[in-house]
Design a protein around this ligand. Structure first.
Ligand SMILES: NC(=O)c1ccc[n+]([C@@H]2O[C@H](COP(=O)([O-])OP(=O)(O)OC[C@H]3O[C@@H](n4cnc5c(N)ncnc54)[C@H](O)[C@@H]3O)[C@@H](O)[C@H]2O)c1
Ligand SMILES: [Zn+2]
Length: 364
């Protein structure tokens, strides 16, 4: 068990509890001054497996806990789903001191968080992430929101949870592909802030990791800790510090967008994006050729790709990169590695180097 603090201003600080049991959350909520009514928001495949122990624990801690389900999947991360959930909040008799608990991956967390941020002008919110990606990334940091048909995450808010509660045993039922997508982010944390994570990942494979709770706890707590630290220093992304978390993402988001979000999971695209960022690092003399090879070997070891599966038109990728909301005032900004565990943000990268980085991953 481990607790990591997210330190924020205005009494918004909160703990991330790692290695807990779902059944224990109810008791942990008792010291808060919440109303008796609680609403757990989840999706059917997750609720089927994990809602019962969570609700039972809440009930025995004296809460009247109800469950609201949204359909599973990114295509339901919409305003429409949010509206249906507002109605459930009303039906469940929530008041302004009732808490909303998200039980699920990043999709459920983002939607439930947005409901919590806006229903009755904001209710207390608790994150109970169930995917590796949501444990190391989405559940920490307070970004919540939904997609529009025109683009991902276009509607949202900053709404910090009061508590993040992680039961690592739920990862046992996570499909391999979802493990890999989370692991791409774990590699990212290693690359931007802690080479020790990289060394751990170099010594184990997925079936070994699944069977080793101590190593799972180590990589989750280190990764969530790095995110917590960055968020603590730049809560609302106004100081440019959160930008380092975008290593590999400018390239990766463009690959996702050009392939219509259907071919690659987020982590698969980020894996390829990190290789492109690595090549940019080599071109800018902050990362060695040997370092890039080490990165590619590690990603391949985890079944992550280092090149696109099928040729993609370079012009489209560049256009998609220019549309990415991380591009400030028309200039490309890239996060590039500076060795292992350090990164820098570079502006005004010449087009020739961007093209070089893209051809590294099979886009030319
Ligand atoms: N708010 C943020 O800061 C932030 C950061 C990163 C990503 N995100 C968002 O997170 C979303 C992606 O999250 P995700 O990768 O967790 O995907 P997801 O929420 O779609 O979950 C992936 C799949 O895994 C299933 N699942 C979840 N937990 C399971 C378990 N324990 N066992 C078996 N199956 C399980 C889900 O039902 C789903 O089908 C995206 O919408 C992305 O925009 C948000
Ligand atoms: Zn990401």
């Amino acid at each position: 068990m481990k607790t990591i603090p997210v330190r924020l201003s205005n009494q918004k600080s909160y703990p991330i509890h790692i290695g807990m049991s779902l059944g224990g959350l109810g008791k942990a909520l008792r010291p808060f001054q919440f109303s008796r009514s609680l609403l757990v928001i989840s999706a059917p495949p997750i609720a089927r497996r994990y809602a019962r122990p969570l609700l039972a624990g809440m009930k025995s801690a004296g809460f009247h806990a109800q469950l609201a389900l949204m359909p599973d999947g990114e295509e339901f991360k919409t305003v429409r789903t949010v509206e249906a959930l507002y109605r459930q909040c009303l039906k469940s008799g929530l008041d302004r001191r009732s808490a909303i608990v998200a039980l699920g991956g990043g999709v459920v967390g983002d939607v439930a968080g947005f409901v919590a941020a806006s229903y009755m002008r904001g209710l207390p919110f608790i994150q109970c992430p169930t995917t590796l990606l949501s444990m190391v990334d989405a559940s920490v940091g307070g970004k919540v929101g939904v997609d529009l048909p025109e683009g991902k995450n276009l509607v949202g808010a900053f709404w910090q949870p009061r508590l993040v509660w992680m039961d690592l045993s739920v990862l046992q039922t996570l499909p391999d592909r979802e493990w890999r997508t989370g692991l791409a982010e774990v590699v990212k944390y290693g690359l931007i802030a802690d080479e020790r994570i990289i060394r751990v990942l170099e010594k184990i494979d997925l079936s070994g990791l699944r069977r080793n709770p101590a190593v799972i706890e180590k990589i989750v707590s280190r990764s969530a800790g790095i995110k917590a630290d960055v968020v603590s220093r730049d809560e609302k992304e106004t100081r440019g510090l959160r930008e380092v978390l975008n290593m590999g993402h400018t390239f990766g988001h463009a690959i996702e967008a050009v392939t219509g979000y259907k071919t690659y999971t987020h982590g698969e695209a980020i894996s390829i994006g990190m290789c492109a960022a690595g090549r940019l690092g080599v071109a800018l003399h902050s990362f060695g050729n040997g370092d890039l090879e080490r990165l590619k070997t590690l990603l391949s070891r985890w079944g992550l790709e280092t090149r696109v599966r099928k040729a993609l038109p370079r012009a489209q990728i560049i256009r998609a990169m220019a549309r990415d909301k991380k591009v400030l005032s028309g200039q490309f900004r890239f996060v590039v590695p500076e060795g292992w565990g350090r990164v820098r943000v570079v502006k005004g990268v010449p087009q020739t180097l961007v093209r070089q980085a893209l051809s590294e991953v099979g886009i030319s």
